[in-house]
Design a protein around this ligand. Structure first.
Ligand SMILES: [Zn+2]
Ligand SMILES: [Zn+2]
Ligand SMILES: [Zn+2]
Length: 459
């Protein structure tokens, strides 16, 4: 199947200005697609669960460029904020044109980013976070969320961590901040349970002796006349307050008595005390936390720094210099192809061998409209298909998405079955995938002669 052009019955692609967006209602639709050939996605479901699965599936792709592709949400669905924050926003399908600039900007920036190979999971998430901030040109702002263990959810980043893993999440961001890849702006402090790192806490006062919460606060009363100080309850009589020491009736607060402080008494152990202890009960795991036992974490927004951007581009440089051959394995640049072809002419001069030069061409107006990046991907995909029919020693080069050259060494003119296969299968693939018109594939072959000047092959 020609993945790039594949459209099965379930696949709903919107092509606009040469960019293709895939409408997705269920994660299974993504499993049938080659995501790297798309330019973005539109989440097309009102199911929170399905939408989340779709976001997760895309954002956790191994191919970092795919994982960063724009994801919009069809505005006809009212998905909750906790889903929307992970997307590039709502999109109105009837106004598609007005969103294309954003797709172009993001996909162009994505092209500049390539993940370093073989890095630890945490480092990869850091890297993706930098790349997300860079490709969107935004700071990553925590959004209050009742669903989050810490009360805040981070766009993009939270997708990589389980609900219970917020501490590792914050620590990983902290590492990137310390390395100066991310800048940080403080927005809040959260206090988390020592048992489970959650912040669903109930704060209450309790007895410092027995921890009971069954305590009662009493005002202390100070009788000026006799200087007696005792809890108010000791002064209580039927018709007001009376001093238990001097038996006088207390009349006016501020004149014959005052209430200088409060005292607590515990209904469980009868302990009396001035300062109640504050405890935080975790409603998730049941742990009682003393206040100084709570984990205090800073929450704020993160933005890529210049140093962070350098990191993104450096790995791109490394990637290009180190992996060019593996990307184009089996097909050569046109210049190199010409050099080898020239050598083959020389070889035939001395050996009288039989080799074939072949040119594969087709015309297709529909594909011609695709944007440059898609065409590049198409060259690779069609090249791979052609290569699958070739012999080990055969050499392929592409000039354009619809023009390929082959050099078939030690091949006679009656041994060209593989070209027939290519012609038949490529035609069938393109025809099946395009607007039901038969795609004609033109293949011209030429037996390489010792007197050939190779320029004439490319005329
Ligand atoms: Zn807890
Ligand atoms: Zn007590
Ligand atoms: Zn008194």
């Amino acid at each position: 199947m020609l993945n790039l052009l594949k459209h099965n019955a379930n696949s709903r692609k919107i092509i606009k200005e040469g960019y293709s967006l895939l409408l997705v209602s269920h994660v299974n639709e993504l499993r049938q697609e080659s995501l790297e050939y798309l330019d973005g996605f539109v989440v097309d479901t009102d199911s929170v669960l399905h939408a989340r699965e779709i976001l997760m599936h895309i954002r956790t792709q191994d191919n970092i460029q795919t994982s960063l592709l724009p994801i919009f949400i069809n505005s006809v669905y009212k998905l909750p904020q906790e889903i929307v924050i992970h997307s590039d926003g709502l999109i109105e399908l009837t106004q598609l044109g007005s969103y294309m600039q954003r797709v172009v900007t993001i996909t162009k920036r994505i092209q500049k980013v390539t993940a370093p190979k073989l890095v630890a999971h945490d480092t990869l998430i850091q890297f993706k976070t930098l790349a997300y901030s860079y490709t969107r040109n935004v700071d990553i702002q925590p959004k209050p969320s009742r669903k989050s263990y810490i009360g805040y959810e981070f766009p993009f980043i939270s997708l990589f961590y389980k609900d219970t893993e917020v501490v590792p999440l914050l620590q990983n961001l902290e590492k990137a901040k310390q390395l100066n890849y991310l800048s940080f702006r403080l927005e809040d402090y959260v206090h988390l349970c020592k048992g489970c790192s959650g912040n669903y806490l109930n704060f209450r006062e309790c007895c410092p002796k027995c921890d009971s919460i069954d305590i009662k606060a009493h005002d202390m009363v100070h009788h000026f006349v006799c200087a007696h100080v005792a809890p108010e309850k000791d002064f209580k009589v039927e018709d007001g307050l009376e001093c238990p020491k001097c038996d006088k009736h207390l009349r006016h607060i501020g004149i014959d008595y005052d209430k200088p402080s409060t005292i607590y008494s515990c209904n469980t152990c009868s302990h009396e005390f001035q300062n109640a202890r504050m405890n935080a009960l975790c409603l998730d795991c049941g742990t009682e936390n003393e206040l100084d036992e709570l984990l205090e974490k800073a929450v704020g927004s993160y933005m890529i720094t210049q140093k962070g951007e350098q990191l993104l581009f450096e790995s791109k440089k490394n990637y290009i210099s180190g992996n060019v051959t593996s990307i184009d394995k089996g097909s050569l640049s046109l210049n190199l192809f010409k050099i080898i072809l020239n050598q083959e002419v020389q070889r035939i001069k001395s050996t009288n061998g039989h080799s074939i030069f072949a040119k594969i061409e087709f015309q297709n107006d529909e594909l011609q409209l695709l944007n440059v990046d898609v065409k590049k991907a198409l060259i690779k995909e069609i090249g791979d298909i052609i290569k699958s029919y070739l012999r080990e020693a055969d050499i392929l080069s592409a000039e354009r998405f619809n023009k390929y050259y082959l050099m078939l060494p030690e091949t006679k003119e009656n041994q060209l079955e593989r070209l027939e296969n290519i012609q038949y299968n490529l035609s069938k693939l393109l025809s099946d995938n395009l607007a039901d018109t038969e795609q004609i594939i033109k293949i011209v072959t030429h037996k390489i002669q010792p007197t050939d000047a190779i320029q004439q092959y490319f005329a």
